[in-house]
Design a protein around this ligand. Structure first.
Ligand code: DX5
Ligand code: ZN
Length: 223
């Protein structure tokens, strides 16, 4: 401990003003975001419907930052080519939606895109063990997916720490990302537990501050 780890910030546009999405993405990029996190929901895996590949393609024109596309959808294998073509750099699917996760991860990689796998709060860490060596990113949900602005589930800290240890023990390079309820209060704890990419929606786009201020404060909370 004591050695400073590098942490990436991935603002989630779910809490942005969708009527001026391009500007909001540019604002986050100029303020030092590392990834732009895009939440795709289908009204099936989670109740809301958000955005599709066309909107990802539109966002692509506003930033050179990696687009971190989080698919909260059933049968994601039917959609990944569209999102790759739209300019996604990372495509993350949920383990709960993929009976054949190995095949889905491989088809994401075959499209030249980084492959991520996510797991819901109630899904045990052991569910992703076998796929860990194959993936570029592991996304631990720290709220139940579907909505921004929910409180961080504290009991996820142990799961994050366990998965960090598993990645380290097996010497695996997957980035450990956390998503849900991240703000200045919980950010230091999730990093201590082993997260290296922090998604934040409400804390960045819905805080009443400017996006730049909010990102600065989140970054500052980590030192
Ligand atoms: C929730 C989404 C999150 C969401 C996080 O289903 O996957 O990315 O935007 O929002 P906050 O940071 O507000 O919890
Ligand atoms: Zn997300």
């Amino acid at each position: 401990m004591g050695t400073k780890v590098e942490v990436k910030l991935a603002p989630s546009i779910l809490s942005a003003d969708f009527a001026r999405l391009g500007e909001q993405v540019a604002e986050a990029a100029n303020a030092g975001a590392d990834y732009i996190h895009i939440d795709v929901m289908d009204g099936q895996f989670v109740p809301p419907i958000t955005i599709g590949a066309q909107v990802v393609a539109a966002i692509r024109k506003w930033t050179g930052l990696p687009l971190d596309v989080h698919l909260m959808i059933e049968t994601p294998e039917r959609q990944i080519a569209q999102f790759a073509q739209a300019g996604a750099d990372i495509i993350t699917v949920h383990i709960e939606t993929c009976p054949n996760i190995k095949q889905v991860v491989q088809s994401i990689k075959d499209l030249g895109v980084k492959a991520g796998v996510s797991l819901n709060p109630e899904t045990p860490a052991s569910a992703v063990s076998k796929i860990l060596p194959e993936i570029d990113l592991l996304l631990v949900m720290t709220v139940n997916p579907g909505y921004g602005g929910q409180p961080f589930i504290e009991s996820m800290l142990g799961k994050i720490a366990g998965l960090r240890a598993e990645l380290d023990d097996k010497n695996l390079p997957a980035e450990l990302e956390v998503d849900g309820g991240i703000n200045v209060e919980v950010a230091p704890g999730v990093v201590k537990a082993g997260a290296r990419v922090l998604v934040a929606g409400a804390a960045v786009f819905g805080s009443g501050q400017t996006v730049a201020q909010a990102l600065r404060e989140l970054r500052a909370s980590l030192v």
